[in-house]
Design a protein around this ligand. Structure first.
Ligand SMILES: NC(=O)c1ccc[n+]([C@@H]2O[C@H](COP(=O)([O-])OP(=O)(O)OC[C@H]3O[C@@H](n4cnc5c(N)ncnc54)[C@H](OP(=O)(O)O)[C@@H]3O)[C@@H](O)[C@H]2O)c1
Length: 271
């Protein structure tokens, strides 16, 4: 989802880009990673094990992709003098905060996915001094499955839906995250950790209502429910709001408010 938007923007800029996917390079294969990284100035790792619930029962496999893969990429990037951009997640935090998480808040993952992603962050910090770790959350985009497409389809099929309103976060368009990654690289941002999420906050219920409205249906058919009524294998953070002070400190504008960005994104995402 992120990778395709990033590639589209890089090609439109006229940058010289090498695009790979899992068929070409498995990021857990050290030799393949080293050969692929050689000769590049910047490497952006968009690959990950993103099946959050499956990670609960396949943590070793998720760890290989989310921690060992970034470690190998970081080692190769350091060897070949490339900058590594690693994409991480709000799930590295515990989700019990009441104010936006600063970039240096302690990690306290509550899920297997979160544990593997925080291990990936530390591996990158340890192996590649020249890195950007960009944490994102609640991604949606034109490519692949995502929350807005699922909500619009289910409401069209069923005429209504219950969606949790006790988890809040920052719905973030992959197009905006790709643009932010490019802006950070172009700005030669200092190595470190940044938060690549939309500004503002919403519950899943509020976001679902905005999706349904954009799809031309009545948002009132989306009713609020609680996480307790919608139990999933991996615990979800109840408060997943990330602060953007590190971006502001280096003069890179954070992504705008989620509702404004959803208004810009909805037609391309929902098709
Ligand atoms: N989606 C979200 O809401 C969200 C939220 C927070 C953070 N993030 C992070 O944002 C980044 C981008 O997420 P996304 O939603 O764009 O991911 P995505 O659509 O699930 O894409 C991940 C890609 O990684 C590939 N991949 C998996 N294992 C691989 C391996 N061993 N070697 C090479 N490629 C491999 C997958 O290939 P296959 O399709 O063949 O499996 C897939 O193309 C990830 O780091 C993710 O953790 C996502």
């Amino acid at each position: 989802m992120l990778g395709q938007d990033l590639v589209e923007q890089l090609l439109a800029r006229g940058d010289e880009v090498t695009i790979t996917d899992r068929d070409e390079i498995d990021i857990t294969d050290a030799d393949a990673v080293d050969a692929a990284v050689a000769g590049h100035d910047v490497v952006v790792n968009c690959a990950a094990w993103t099946a959050v619930d499956d990670a609960e029962t396949h943590e070793a496999a998720a760890f290989a992709v989310n921690a060992v893969g970034p470690q190998l990429l970081a080692r190769a990037a350091h060897t070949h003098h490339a900058r590594l951009v690693q994409v991480s997640t709000d799930y590295i935090f515990g989700g019990a905060a009441t104010a936006p998480y600063p970039e240096d808040a302690p990690a306290a993952p509550r899920s297997a996915y979160g544990r593997t992603k925080v291990a990936g962050e530390w591996a990158v910090r340890a192996e590649a001094p020249d890195h950007l770790i960009v944490r994102t959350a609640w991604l949606y985009g034109a490519h692949g499955a995502s929350f807005p497409k699922t909500i619009a389809r289910l409401v069209a099929e069923r005429g209504g839906l219950d969606v949790v309103d006790d988890q809040v976060g920052q719905p973030t368009w992959t197009w905006d995250l790709a643009d932010l990654i490019i802006r950070l690289v172009v700005a030669h941002a200092p190595s470190g950790t940044y938060h690549g999420t939309s500004s503002g906050l919403a519950s899943w219920h509020t976001f679902a209502q905005a999706v349904v409205a954009a799809a031309g249906m009545d948002p009132q058919v989306v009713k609020p429910t609680t996480s307790a009524a919608f139990v999933r294998p991996a615990p979800r953070p109840s408060y997943s709001v990330l602060g953007h002070d590190a971006l502001s400190a280096i003069g890179v504008a954070p992504i705008d408010d989620w509702a404004q960005r959803w208004a810009a994104a909805s037609s391309s995402v929902l098709g």
